[in-house]
Design a protein around this ligand. Structure first.
Ligand SMILES: NC(=O)c1ccc[n+]([C@@H]2O[C@H](COP(=O)([O-])OP(=O)(O)OC[C@H]3O[C@@H](n4cnc5c(N)ncnc54)[C@H](OP(=O)(O)O)[C@@H]3O)[C@@H](O)[C@H]2O)c1
Length: 306
């Protein structure tokens, strides 16, 4: 039986790295990992790597035409929400033009296209959200992700869109921080951190999201899926949970409201997802935050970082 050929974009990113580790030794799958520049993942075997900057239409077309994947998992994006707000052209290029280039390169192989999107497509006034809820993006980043979703939906390909939020995990290259690592490192270095009290999200373990992507590929899932952790909590409570787990002093965590933080990009206050569709169709079973932090601690220990 021929193996399912999966091409992933953004393989140096947090989700991208977890997909490589989840797929590279799966004998049902032939994996092509692609990223901008060099491969920064430590394990280099069990898959083919191609350097592919998604903003270069000619490169994208030639790589897609030479590999003819059965499935594309598109994880790459400009993910810094404030940077997107300050540079809308760069955001449009990375998050929208890149998708146009990918779709334009799919004319010969018609792959199943799995796009990763965000809770930020919603305005945060009516969370937790289900897949059919109306989108109402508040920022440049959020509008770019909605635009990308529409391109995928209208592509004529079989598609799935997995929306997620506040992904946490450990990468090989220590380049990618997140609320867990940031809280731990800051307190350990004796630095006070100010953490938001009035934004509520469901933190998502990167491995859980990668598993959902893999199941969506294997099961050829179609439509929108909400994929996040089950617990919806204030961001400050995530930091408090991290401090408790690593037995760090919670007094370093100082509360701040969204209004007083005054970040360039507007954020939805209360999102959270109803994840029953992903549980039913993808067999999705997310870890609790406590379990997720324990998994991270284990990985940091193995990397000699604690
Ligand atoms: N992180 C979150 O909390 C969160 C929440 C909701 C949704 N999402 C979505 O989930 C997906 C994965 O997020 P993540 O946390 O894994 O992101 P990430 O760690 O920031 O990784 C994104 C990757 O995309 C790559 N990339 C950007 N522009 C590219 C281009 N032109 N060509 C090729 N690669 C390019 C980046 O490359 P470099 O490494 O070279 O910069 C980076 O490795 C994204 O679509 C994001 O919008 C993330």
């Amino acid at each position: 039986m021929s193996r399912l050929k999966i091409l992933i974009t953004g393989s140096n990113g947090l989700l991208g790295q977890k997909l490589i580790y989840g797929l590279r030794n799966n004998n049902q799958i032939e994996l092509i990992a692609t990223a901008r520049g060099e491969n920064r993942v430590s394990e280099k075997t069990g898959y083919v790597f191609e350097s592919m900057d998604l903003t270069d239409a000619a490169i994208v077309k030639s790589i897609l035409e030479s590999h003819k994947p059965d499935c594309i998992i598109h994880t790459a994006a400009m993910t810094n929400v404030d940077a997107c707000e300050l540079d809308p052209d760069a955001c449009e290029l990375q998050n929208v033009t890149s998708v146009k280039n990918l779709l334009a390169g799919c004319t010969t192989s018609h792959p199943h296209f799995i796009d990763i999107s965000t809770d930020f497509v919603f305005n945060g006034e009516a969370g937790p959200y289900k897949e059919e809820d109306e989108v109402a993006p508040l920022s440049v980043y959020a509008r770019s992700k909605v635009e990308a979703e529409k391109l995928v939906m209208n592509s004529g390909l079989k598609w799935a869109i997995l929306r997620t939020m506040i992904i946490y995990g450990v990468t090989d290259d220590e380049q990618r921080s997140n609320v867990i690592i940031w809280t731990k490192n800051s307190i350990e270095q004796g630095k006070e951190i100010t953490v938001i009290t009035d934004q509520f999200r469901g933190p998502t373990l990167a491995e859980d999201l990668a598993d959902a992507c893999i199941q969506a590929a294997l099961r050829k899932a179609e439509g929108i899926y909400h994929v996040s952790g089950r617990e919806v909590m204030a961001i400050i409570d995530i930091s408090i949970e991290v401090a408790a787990f690593f037995e760090l002093d919670k007094n370093f965590i100082k509360p701040i409201t969204t209004a007083s933080l005054n970040q360039p990009a507007k954020r939805p206050l209360r999102t959270g997802f109803i994840i029953s569709k992903a549980e039913r169709d993808l067999g999705y079973k997310p870890h609790s935050l406590k379990e997720g932090i324990a998994i991270i601690a284990d990985q940091l220990r193995k990397q000699g970082r604690i």
